[in-house]
Design a protein around this ligand. Structure first.
Ligand SMILES: Cc1ncc(COP(=O)(O)O)c(C=O)c1O
Length: 453
């Protein structure tokens, strides 16, 4: 029997269904129809009633009528929507100099010095930083480097992983669905489901699953190039604990001569509230770290950091250039964002406000049996919705109803995991205690309405 269920994988549980367009108001329907016609069929919109927003400020988004929506979802703007410091830094740089990495410029070096120091371990000691525009490109580059360094092509990911939209990264992103084929050189391990398996022993059990897949890659191919994971397992359903998982896996991977790639696109830049990087919660010393999303507060800037040994042969045998990756404009946005994340102690804020949200959810779970499990770290919070606590059966229909009910109350979240039944709360890092109170209040009202129906 396959360990991995087939069926609903790849479907976005809270996506708008175009077949219901007739129920929308005239303007929304017109926008939706034009989008379909102009952008084609592959894009998805959030919510049963898609939202048109025209402005953002801090943790709020605004519609055309000036109504505010509390943004408890967008991690791409860690320091808040439309932050003036980033806007000014980009404007200043755009009117001074926009060039690429083939010219000498101090800003990229100063940023690299600051960021590399934050990783600790071998990367802080003597690491290299390579810039891209997106997380997909960062993972694509990391994979090419890992394959070149090891001379092998096997990649191991978690069962619902998402690592990007390029041909290479989509080939090891099972969450794209059963119709998006995985590479023959890709192997999966189950998500570390701490709700259905006891946290004691999970780490050893999981490391064994990785070892099995390494053996399979050695039997059927040329072996392991890299294991890659997001340490918060966001697309798998958000599993922040236990934190001894990745350490044992890194040992198994290194013993097999493979590289450990920490995909920090979701969990990096203070998101977890405990450590600046998600992998640091697991005490691992990765060979390559990839990052993106929050790095430029909305400006497309991403990167891969690595220990120098793994990129040595790649640098000798080939070369790297990315027209926009690491250009002066990207660096202006990245520098301003990093400075504010650190100077405003957004790590501490993520820790405090994340705890407030989880405490509020725990109180709601006392009254609502359908909240089966509350997980997360810092401002990455998951609440798993189930039919009942005895069977722990995922209830994706109620999860979607809650996401949409919150949207009607002008609070924006999403859902994740194989069944799309885990509420995903992942706001800008400047989310305040008052914001948390508004979120919890709206959720309480939505639960009362949804569950009593
Ligand atoms: C863990 C992870 N890795 C990589 C990516 C790809 O990043 P991007 O959309 O910037 O290409 C994503 C995007 O959601 C992600 O969640």
């Amino acid at each position: 029997m396959s360990t991995f269920a087939a069926g609903s994988r790849g479907k976005m549980n809270n996506a708008f269904n175009p077949q219901t367009a007739d129920s929308l108001d005239a303007r929304t329907r017109d926008l939706v129809e034009r989008r379909q016609r102009l952008l084609g069929p592959a894009y998805r919109l959030f919510y049963a009633r898609p939202l048109e927003v025209v402005r953002g400020e801090g943790t709020l988004l605004f519609d055309r009528d000036g109504c505010d929506y509390l943004d408890a979802y967008n991690n791409v703007v860690p320091i808040g929507h439309s932050h003036p410091a980033v806007a000014e830094a980009i404007a200043r740089q755009a009117s001074t100099l926009v060039t690429n990495t083939r010219y000498l410029h101090g800003a990229i070096l100063e940023y690299a010095e600051d960021l590399l120091a934050s990783f600790g371990g071998r990367i802080a000691h003597a690491g290299n930083l390579m810039f891209t525009c997106t997380g997909s490109e960062a993972n694509d580059l990391a994979t090419r480097i890992a394959k070149h360094h090891t001379g092998r092509d096997g990649i191991i990911v978690t069962s619902e992983a998402y690592h990007g939209n390029s041909d290479l990264t989509a080939s090891y992103s099972p969450s794209l669905g059963d119709h998006s084929p995985l590479g023959a050189w890709v192997r999966r391990v189950p998500a570390p489901d701490s709700y259905r398996m006891s946290p004691q022993g999970l780490s050893a059990w999981w490391a064994e699953r990785v070892a099995e897949q390494i053996a399979d890659l050695e039997r059927h191919g040329n072996g392991l190039a890299a294991f890659i994971a997001d340490s918060l397992f966001a697309s798998d359903g958000i599993y922040a604990h236990p934190t001894d998982l990745l350490g044992s896996v890194a040992e198994v991977v290194h013993r097999a001569g493979g590289l450990f790639i920490a995909d920090e696109v979701q969990s990096g830049f203070a998101r977890s509230g405990e450590r600046f990087w998600g992998f640091q919660r697991h005490g691992v010393d990765p060979d390559i770290v990839t990052m993106g999303k929050p790095m430029g507060n909305g400006f497309p800037v991403a990167a891969a950091a690595m220990v120098p040994e793994v990129v040595a042969r790649f640098g000798r045998d080939t070369r790297y250039f990315n027209t926009f990756g690491g250009n002066t404009l990207a660096l202006a946005a990245a520098e301003a964002t990093l400075r504010i994340i650190c100077d405003s102690d957004l790590l501490g804020n993520a820790d405090r406000v994340g705890a407030t949200i989880r405490d509020g959810l725990t109180a709601l779970a006392d009254r609502y049996e359908i909240i089966g499990d509350i997980r997360g770290a810092g401002l990455y919070v998951g609440a798993e919705i189930v039919t009942d606590r005895a069977s722990r059966t995922p209830d994706s229909r109620t999860a979607a109803a809650l996401v949409n009910g919150l949207r009607e109350r002008r609070v924006l979240i999403s859902a994740t995991g194989f069944s799309g039944n885990t509420l995903k709360i992942r706001p800008p890092l400047v989310f305040s205690g008052l914001d948390a109170a508004r979120l919890l209040d709206a959720l309480e009202n939505t639960l009362a309405e949804t569950v009593n129906q």
